[in-house]
Design a protein around this ligand. Structure first.
Ligand code: MV4
Length: 447
């Protein structure tokens, strides 16, 4: 096992990683920017190192500063958390050159799964279902029109270098496709410095379902079931739940096995997530693979009893997984609500500032992952997510009731939060019936 780990992140996830280190008997070192001087995670770490001014570009995203901190602190590994440098293959490569273990997949794997078109190609070869579309990149609008005639309209134009909903366009006809194709190329070239495009059949009103996998350096790969993340707004997830309320055991097994095949084909190690679109017919299609720990990992932890961060660290230290697929049991239902410091009445405008009274909810099956405390000053420089409320109960109905109860107890004075929006969603008949797709929240908000 490692002796000392550097946490290259901030906020709730830095706390989460420190907690895992403590339970493993590993020392933790955290980096922080000048804006995070009073952060809670600094108190819980064994050592803290200031790496620069508030802007992420000169602190949490600055590779030389973070590597210098790692060298000074003499750590054997770096945990990148999510966001920031977590999916940066250059960073993982530099860690390797410096003989520091990167807690995540190899730089080669990060680069491969991070390229949408290459990842889709890999999925095809691993016999993982993919959305019908172009076999690789599309060179010009004429070819695009030919492919669209084969697969049928509507079609979606996607940027190979895009992701997270960026660089996508829908075309319902040949005329629109021709026009949008050229516009997509220009936009993608400008945004990603890469104009490569590909074409897919447009899947209407899909659910977003993702499978958690763990893979060690000894050839063991397991999946830990799925999460349904359909409750999102503008590609920002709001509520995640596990298991997906509409999957049959048969579909769950098929999706899990597909995720494991892709993991093996990518020679992927550590924790990862394979995202699928699930359509109304129950057909699922590979979307992308995320090579990081995800924000919503707690719902999987709750239903499996597996500590994903501890497993990530053990895997990176070369330990074999201590359980097999047959040992993974899904118990009950977990729901997570991401609480953002934003004003839902003002188009979700960020609402940083000083927190007044802070009282997190508790009681049976309630978990709060947050770095907030009373009188804490939320810096304006970073992501607006300030807490995750996670509940775990025997059934989905009980989990929803428990979440409503927990959110009603949650006191966060001084700032605006998205808590009121969750009350609206949780009592909505469509949400309660699990009759939702990725457009549910936008329809609810009338936008
Ligand atoms: C799609 C799609 C429909 N058809 N691809 C959005 C993020 C990116 N990872 C892929 N996305 C989509 N790809 C085809 N062929 C619809 C979406 C999509 C979406 C997917 C997951 C979660 C939320 C979404 C919101 C809008 C669109």
């Amino acid at each position: 096992m490692f002796r000392r780990i550097l946490v290259a992140n901030r906020g709730e996830i830095a706390l989460r990683i420190i907690r895992a280190c403590k339970e493993l008997g590993v020392e933790s070192v955290v980096v922080y920017s000048e804006a995070d001087e009073d952060a809670l995670y600094r108190r819980f770490a064994d050592e803290t190192i200031c790496i620069g001014p508030p802007p992420s570009a000169s602190s949490y995203l600055d590779i030389p500063r973070i590597i210098s901190a790692a060298e000074v602190a003499n750590v054997d590994a770096i945990h990148p958390g999510y966001g920031f440098l977590s999916e940066n293959s250059d960073f993982a490569d530099i860690c390797r050159s410096c003989k520091i273990a990167f807690i995540g997949p190899s730089p080669e794997t990060i680069a491969m799964v991070g390229h949408k078109a290459r990842a889709k190609d890999l999925a095809r070869r691993a016999e993982v279902p993919v959305v019908p579309g172009s076999d690789g990149l599309v060179d010009n609008d004429e070819d695009a029109v030919g492919i669209a005639a084969d697969i049928g309209y509507p079609v979606m134009i996607k940027a190979a270098a895009g992701g997270g909903g960026r660089g996508m366009r829908i075309a319902h006809s040949e005329l629109v496709l021709k026009k949008e194709f050229m516009a997509a190329r220009t936009e993608s070239q400008a945004a990603f410095n890469d104009g490569s495009l590909y074409l897919e059949k447009f899947i209407e009103r899909p659910r977003h379902v993702e499978v958690q996998i763990l893979s060690d350096h000894h050839g063991n790969v397991v999946h830990l079931g799925e999460r349904d993340c359909s409750t999102q707004r503008r590609h920002q997830k709001l509520i995640e739940e596990a298991p997906c309320p509409v999957l049959t055991d048969e579909l769950r097994r098929k999706m899990g096995e597909a995720a494991v095949r892709l993991t093996r084909a990518a020679e992927y190690t550590n924790a990862g997530t394979v995202e699928f679109l699930l359509d109304a017919n129950g057909d699922f299609y590979f979307m992308e693979m995320n090579s990081r720990l995800q924000v919503e990992h707690p719902v999987t932890e709750m239903i499996t009893g597996i500590d994903l961060v501890k497993e990530q660290i053990r895997i990176a230290a070369g330990e074999p997984l201590s359980f097999s697929q047959e040992d993974v049991e899904i118990r009950g239902h977990a729901i997570e609500c991401r609480i953002n410091a934003e004003d839902p009445d003002r188009n979700f405008r960020p609402s940083p500032g000083r927190v007044g009274l802070y009282v997190p909810p508790g009681g049976p099956g309630v978990r709060v992952d947050s770095h907030l405390f009373s009188n804490y000053m939320i810096p304006s420089h970073y992501d607006s997510m300030v807490a995750k409320v996670i509940v775990h109960r025997a059934t989905r109905e009980e989990a929803i009731a428990s979440m409503e109860r927990a959110l009603s107890e949650f006191v966060v004075e001084g700032i605006k939060t998205t808590i009121p929006l969750y009350h609206r969603i949780l009592r909505h008949a469509s949400f309660r019936a699990a009759d939702i797709d990725t457009s549910f929240v936008e329809k609810l908000l009338g936008s």
